[in-house]
Design a protein around this ligand. Structure first.
Ligand code: C2E
Ligand code: MG
Ligand code: MG
Length: 732
């Protein structure tokens, strides 16, 4: 055996190739010839033309090399001692088809019979000795190109076969010269279209690519096409489905080129990788899956390092649902995108301090909906996390410009500090979530750091949830009643029913604590119906006992969950029928934030209630997502000024101004006014003087039990008026 070995390899790239020749390619040729001079000369020319070359001096060596290596093409001498070229060819063709391993016969001019036989046996071409090198090289090149093209087509055919199996892969075949593209039915199906409902144009594809990805995909494609060495194209991007939302897709393609290297055709696939894609399509941020994966790494890493600390920040936008419902989903989406960019901005500083190789994956994720999470994989002390939280709060607080309007949104942040005691990502996520919940129930727009006490709180909450289910049957719930007075006279005109829960183990639990639990669990529906019944029965009795004109009123708080419940109207009708009270003496209080859920449904229900003759009030006015001009679209009769403004009246000029503003607004819209939470007489007087007609608060009376109300009513029965607390005119 005599194989030329250069640099210890059979396949040789000629390092000394002259600069004006073709680029070294990965194509490797095998020269089979018994004459070393012939081999040597041809080998040198081919290397100069950029091919890798191996040599064999006889048939058996050639077959062995072919079995061992992956040659692009074989140059096979016909006339050799021992095993002839024809015999070698026969054996080769039992294993390798002409398209898989092209063979070019090298013959003497006199061997035309053998050439014919070889061509019949599957030789691809022949060249004659003495060799005309330019012709030989051109023929070799042609065979190589043909082989590559056929491979490309075969691959695409294989893809077709694959695509027929999996519906999440589609195919496209783009004839570049004719600028004609064809998509397979599967390709169209991935985007949600029927076979004939999408055109055969490149625009049908590119126009659907997400605007942030399109330029990148197009320039990747054109540079792949321009690079003659490039036979593959791969690109990932977001593409719009018929449903208008974006899917993550990957396109993999093979470029078929002319012998000169010009792209002729590009054949490829389209695969929907949304599920496997670890990024959120809307914001481009890592999604929950990827984040939790990273978090697991950090938790695991920390388990063995008792001194290491990390932090998890769990974020939830405040009142996002209201923005989304009132401004529409398109704006809601844009807001989420802008929030993401601001979050990125606020954690960039801290990310830089982390290990740079981790920066790409660590940090920020969208958890779904309006939830985000931040992972600080290494912190020195909890303050690092608090600083990030403060920066986030600061950035989110600034108004967002959406559709030519300013939108304000807040975020609640729960922080959990990770140490070696955490065993799984679930545990720390749960704690950060608990802390977030705490921040939210404290009014939102703030952060809260998880501590041990909260773990107990979370357990207690779970316990409360279970106990609340039994509370009605166990007679632990009691309606209390707070008098509502006319400020000018101090006379009681009605009541607001406020629920009290006496828990066998925890004692008195405030509605501020259990009403949200009731709302979340849906228990508010039966509980609310029960409160309504109790309150209406009481007011029926009291109206009989205490006959004044207009009759005493009863206000009942209604949560949005109750309002939207399909049975709600029927329940109200039933209770009104059972008690026969004038509908106008029943008032329903609905918290301001609910009002601005611009769902046609809410307005519809309110209209129906209004038709029954019921009085409707906006509760906690001034705290919600105020858009005052909306108010006149709703059938409200009066506004309750939130007690936080009333409480700050004496000390804070701004609160007074806000109240003044609400009073003017109410007058303009012909709405009644009630101030809640009046705790001292000075404020009562001030409120009356600026035009607020009614009030409630500890200054007059706290919410008290029904029997206490009855005692008072009896006491004042003869006078026909009841003036709880100090009457305004009594004061100096
Ligand atoms: P709300 O409807 O705004 O009720 C007024 C709250 O302010 C009551 O708290 C009341 O006790 C308190 N309050 C009244 N006067 C004063 C005052 O002078 N100073 C201060 N600091 N507070 C005063 P409560 O009873 O804890 O109720 C809290 C909230 O729970 C209520 O706010 C209401 O939204 C909800 N709620 C209570 N009962 C029910 C119910 O039966 N159904 C529903 N859906 N929600 C209820
Ligand atoms: Mg109320
Ligand atoms: Mg209120």
């Amino acid at each position: 055996m005599n194989i030329t070995r250069n640099a210890g390899a059979n396949i040789l790239q000629d390092e000394s190739a002259k600069p004006n020749v073709a680029q070294p390619s990965s194509e490797s040729l095998l020269i089979v010839d018994d004459n070393p001079d012939n081999r040597d000369m041809l080998a040198r020319r081919l290397k100069r033309a950029g091919y890798g070359v191996a040599e064999a001096e006889n048939g058996p060596d050639a077959l062995r090399l072919i079995a061992e290596q992956n040659f692009t093409l074989v140059l096979l001498d016909i006339m050799m001692p021992g095993m002839s070229g024809i015999e070698v060819l026969k054996t080769v063709r039992t294993e390798h088809s002409p398209s898989k391993l092209p063979v070019i016969m090298v013959s003497a001019l006199t061997e035309s019979n053998e050439v014919a036989e070889a061509l019949n046996l599957g030789a691809n071409d022949y060249i004659t000795k003495p060799l005309d090198f330019p012709v030989a090289i051109a023929r070799i090149k042609m065979q190589v190109t043909r082989k590559r093209s056929e491979e490309a087509i075969r691959k695409s055919e294989e893809r077709y076969a694959l695509a027929a199996k999996g519906a999440n892969e589609g195919l496209w075949d783009w004839d570049i010269a004719a600028n004609h593209i064809e998509y397979s039915p599967e390709w169209k199906a991935i985007l949600g279209y029927e076979n004939d409902s999408i055109g055969d144009s490149t625009e049908a594809w590119f126009s659907r690519i997400h605007e942030e990805d399109r330029i990148r995909v197009e320039s990747d494609l054109s540079s792949s096409l321009a690079d003659k060495q490039q036979s593959q194209f791969v690109s990932e991007y977001r593409i719009q489905h018929k449903s208008r939302d974006y899917r993550w897709a990957v396109s993999r393609a093979t470029i078929v080129r002319s012998p000169e290297g010009a792209p002729i055709r590009i054949v490829g696939s389209l695969t929907d990788i949304t599920k496997t894609k670890a990024f959120d399509t809307l914001t481009g941020l890592p999604n929950r899956l990827l984040f939790v994966e990273d978090l697991s790494d950090v938790v695991r890493d920390c388990a063995s390092k008792p001194l290491k600390r990390f932090a998890l920040l769990f974020l939830d936008l405040d009142r996002f649902k209201i923005v989304n419902d009132s401004l529409g989903h398109v704006i809601g989406d844009r807001l989420l995108e802008q929030v993401s960019r601001r979050l990125e901005g606020s954690i960039r500083l801290s990310k830089e301090r982390e290990k740079p190789d981790k920066v790409a994956r660590f940090g920020l994720a969208r958890f779904g909906g309006d939830e985000f999470a931040i992972l600080l994989s290494e912190i020195k002390d909890p303050n690092d996390a608090v600083l990030v939280a403060m920066r986030v709060l600061d950035r989110i607080r600034a108004p967002f410009q959406l559709d030519n309007r300013e939108v304000f949104i807040n975020v609640s942040i729960g922080i959990a500090i990770g140490d070696s005691l955490y065993e799984s990502p679930t545990e720390i996520l749960r704690d950060a979530d608990t802390a977030m919940y705490r921040a939210k129930s404290a009014g939102g727009g703030r952060y809260h750091v998880f501590d041990e006490a909260m773990r107990t709180d979370a357990q207690e909450r779970l316990e409360l949830e279970n106990d609340l289910r039994q509370a009605i049957q166990n007679r632990e719930l009691t309606p209390f009643f707070q008098p509502k007075v006319e400020l000018k006279t101090g006379n009681v005109i009605g009541f607001e029913v406020l629920l009290r829960w006496h828990h066998p183990k925890f004692g008195e639990i405030s509605p501020g604590k259990f009403i949200p639990i009731a709302e979340e669990t849906g228990l508010i529906v039966p509980i609310g119906a029960w409160v309504l019944e109790q309150a209406c029965h009481k007011i029926q009795q009291w109206q009989n006992k205490f006959t004044i004109d207009p009759p005493l009123t009863m206000a009942v708080n209604v949560s949005v969950k109750q309002l939207l419940h399909p049975e709600f109207l029927a329940t109200v009708r039933r209770v009104l029928a059972e008690t026969a009270i004038p509908p106008s003496s029943l008032s329903l209080e609905i918290t301001e934030s609910v009002v601005f859920q611009e769902s046609a449904n809410v307005i519809h229900i309110l209209d129906s209630l209004k038709e029954l003759g019921i009085h409707l009030e906006v509760d906690d006015f001034g705290t919600g997502y105020s858009s005052l001009n909306r108010l006149d679209r709703y059938p409200f009769d009066s506004i309750k000024i939130d007690r936080s403004f009333v409480a700050r009246m004496g000390t804070d000029k701004r609160s007074e101004d806000i109240i003044q503003g609400i009073v003017s607004l109410a007058k303009m819209l012909h709405l009644g006014l009630v101030a809640e939470g009046i705790e001292d007489g000075k404020n009562a007087e001030l409120l009356a003087s600026i035009g607020c007609t009614h009030g409630q608060g500890y200054y007059f009376s706290k919410a008290i039990a029904a029997n206490e109300i009855e005692l008072e009513l009896e006491k004042h029965q003869s006078s026909g008026t009841w003036q709880p607390g100090k009457v305004l005119s009594d004061r100096p």
